[in-house]
Design a protein around this ligand. Sequence first.
Ligand SMILES: Nc1ncnc2c1ncn2[C@@H]1O[C@H](COP(=O)(O)OP(=O)(O)OP(=O)(O)O)[C@@H](O)[C@H]1O
Ligand SMILES: [Mg+2]
Length: 319
Amino acid sequence: MNNSNQWQQLHQSLASVIVGQDVLLERLLIGLLAGGHVLLEGAPGLAKTTAVKVLSQAVSLDFVRIQFTPDLMPSDITGSEVLDKDTGAMRFVPGPLFHQLTLADEINRAPPKVQSALLEAMAEGQVSVAGQTYPLDPLFFVVATQNPLEHSGTYPLPEAQMDRFMFHVRLDFPSEASELSILQKSRAGLLRSPKVEAVLSQEQLQAGRAAVDKIKIDVALQQYLVRLIAATRNPEQWDVHLAETVMVPASPRATLALAQAACARALIQRRDYATPEDVVSLLPDILRHRIHLSATARAMRLDVDAWVKRLLDVVPITI
Ligand SMILES: Nc1ncnc2c1ncn2[C@@H]1O[C@H](COP(=O)(O)OP(=O)(O)OP(=O)(O)O)[C@@H](O)[C@H]1O
Ligand SMILES: [Mg+2]
C-alpha cells in the first residue's frame, strides 16, 4: 500500500508531544484523512488544543483557532463585506473559516446563529455572505471542542447540526503513568510551545484522501454496517429489552461516515480493505452525538456507549 507509512509517522510525530490519548490521535488522523470534522469533548486541561496545534504543524496546514464566546457574530467567522474607500465598491474580507484547519474552541459557548454559520460551512464547504457564495479550501477541516462541565452560559448544539461531525470523541483523564510522563516532559521544557516537524505535505494528504476511496469494503461488511445503523431505528428487532430506548435514531449520513471512517482506519493500519473490527471500534464515536436515548433508556441506566455495546452483542456479524 502506498501512503500508509506516512500515517504511522504522523501518529508518532503527534505522540512525541501528546502522551497517551491514543484514541484522540487516531480519530484526528481518521477525520483528517476521511475529510470528516471532529468534535472533542473533555474536561479542561486534557491537551485538546495542544493536540490540534501539533497536528497543524505536522501536516503543514494553515491553522486558525477561534474562541467561541457569547458575543461572537456569524461575520466574525465567515468574513464580511466592507466598503473599499478607494473604489467606493463593497469588497469581501474573508474571515477565519478561510483557513485549512480550524480549531473551534468551546463551540457551545456561541449562540445558535454562529454555530449555524460554522455548521453550514462544514456541510457545504462554502460560506454565503450578502448573497454571494465563497468556496472554502478543499482541505477545510474543523476540530471543535466543548467542555462537559461548564453548563452555565452554554448553548447546546442543535441535534440536526451535530450530524455534520464525523466523530464525537470523549476524552478520559490520563493514567498515573501517563501523567508522570506529562509532568516530566513539562519539566524538561518540552511542552511550553511544542513544535514538531512537518512530516506530510498537503499533496500527500490529498493523495491519502484519494487512497481512502480505493479501500475495499465488501458487500457483507456493508450489510453489517447498514444493519447496525438501521438498528438505531428498530432496536427491539434485535433485543426486546431495547424497545423504545431511542428517541432520535441515526441517519444515512451516519452510515456513510462510518464506512468512510472504517476505510481511513484501514489505510492507517496499512490494509487495503476494511474489517468488522474497524466498524465495531468506530461505532460509538459515530453514534454518540447522533442518537438520543429516551427516558426508558435512562431508567435502564444506559448511556450511548452502553447502548452501543448491547447492540454490538446482539447484531450478528455475517461475514
Ligand atoms: N496527554 C498529554 N500529553 C501532553 N501534554 C498534556 C497532556 N495532557 C495535558 N497536557 C498539558 O496540559 C496543558 C493543557 O493542555 P491544553 O491547553 O491543550 O488543554 P485543553 O484540553 O485544550 O484545555 P481547555 O479545555 O481548558 O482549553 C498543556 O501544557 C499540555 O501540554
Ligand atoms: Mg483548549
